[in-house]
Design a protein around this ligand. Structure first.
Ligand SMILES: Cc1ncc(COP(=O)(O)O)c(C=O)c1O
Length: 375
């Protein structure tokens, strides 16, 4: 591929930071780079505590433990999401309850959440698809009315905002991904953001294999021991060093992505013959982070033809999630609330274009403009 769908971005300082981690003589987690990255993330997300993890998946698993879910408890979430959103909760015996999405943003349809709430509902998980959120004011008031905690799966949402507040700062808990495909990356990585302080102490324990090691290192207990369930969710210093290098240039990386995103958007909005194609919609008062540029075809055949055409031009375009409610594990472990028409449509019709800070965006625009089979 001349232009792959995703190409890992390096800002140039990563190896220097890794060398420093080596010189610091601590390569296990919670060293200087882990602390520095956590501090930067707490600032970006205006969060009370940011705990680095191996992945967003790991952070979601920590959320499921923190929420003390029992067999049969229900967790409301969209079906148009990555498997980890649901996997984390079924691993604790909970039942994912899938709700349809808003056809304009592909985010959970907040007006369908209430009808999915039962006496067994224990949490609502929202996914900020493409770094754009649902109406968070409405979500917060619903969650408050039913006394339900909110988890934000903000895997794709670093530097995005709603009403001038960072996505990831609204829920009791939020999770972020630093996977190679994300705006800020360290290969594989993630973080748990804790906005409700009641979860902080236990989260530190869960991340440290169920021990109170963090308290011990802060001198708050005189020895550390096994006190709770937990696992090994703490990444090492090499990953944290790579992440710090990227976070230090996070604003510039986002800015470059936004310029490329706008080039796409301006070109496609002016294209004749593209009327049947639904372009991305960023509703007020959202500010997005150019994580993704997608559009929707009227049907799966038209999408398949387009992806093949772009492949012939050596440009990687890809569809996205196979809706969880129709996947084998989703059928076995999940439950549907209401119709899933918009989710099925996104699963069949959505296509993502290459995106990144150092992309030859004009080449992609030219190829899209030369495609003549829109209708
Ligand atoms: C919405 C969502 N949640 C969770 C994840 C999992 O992230 P990670 O690969 O860091 O575990 C992804 C990955 O793409 C995602 O898109």
């Amino acid at each position: 591929m001349n232009i792959p769908f995703n190409s890992p971005y390096c800002c140039g300082t990563e190896l220097d930071y890794i060398r420093q981690a080596f010189d610091n003589k601590q390569l296990s987690g919670d060293g200087l780079f882990t602390k520095a990255a956590s501090g930067i993330l707490e600032e970006i997300f205006n969060s009370k505590r940011a705990l680095l993890t191996h992945s967003c998946t790991a952070a979601l698993e920590m959320c499921a433990i923190l929420l003390e879910l029992n067999e049969g408890d229900e967790v409301i979430m969209p079906s148009f999401t990555f498997v980890s959103t649901a996997n984390a909760f079924i691993s604790r015996g909970a039942l994912p309850v899938f709700v349809d999405i808003d056809p304009l943003t592909q985010n959970i349809d907040i007006y369908r959440i209430e009808q999915a709430i039962t006496s067994r509902t224990k949490a609502i998980v929202v996914v900020h698809y493409a770094g754009v959120s649902c109406n968070l004011e409405h979500l917060l008031s619903l969650a408050q009315a039913y006394q339900l905690p909110i988890v934000e799966d903000a895997a794709q949402a670093i530097y995005s905002k709603y009403n001038n507040k960072p996505l990831g700062s609204f829920g009791d808990l939020a999770t972020v991904s630093f996977h190679e495909t994300k705006n800020i990356s360290c290969g594989e990585g993630g973080c748990l953001l804790i906005n409700n302080p009641k979860y902080i102490e236990r989260a530190e324990i869960i991340r440290e294999k169920g021990t109170n090691r963090s308290l011990y290192f802060r001198g708050e207990v005189d020895k550390y021991t096994w006190v709770d369930v937990g696992s090994s969710y703490l990444p090492g210093e090499i990953s944290a060093a790579f992440l710090c290098a990227q976070l230090d240039q996070g604003m510039q990386i986002t800015q470059s992505r936004l310029i490329n995103w706008s080039t796409y958007d301006m070109a496609f909005r002016e294209m004749i013959g593209i009327e049947e194609i639904q372009l991305m919609h960023i509703p007020e008062p959202s500010v997005h982070n150019a994580h993704m540029y997608y559009f929707l075809f009227p049907d799966i055949c038209k999408r398949t033809n387009f992806i093949q055409y772009m492949k012939d031009q050596s440009i990687g375009c890809v569809f996205h999630y196979v809706p969880l409610h129709s996947s084998p594990a989703g059928v076995k472990y999940g439950k549907i609330s209401g119709s899933m028409n918009n989710t099925d449509r996104a699963g069949n019709c959505l296509v993502r274009l290459p995106m990144g800070p150092d992309l030859d965006v004009q080449k992609v625009v030219d190829a899209v403009q030369n495609y003549s089979n829109w209708l």
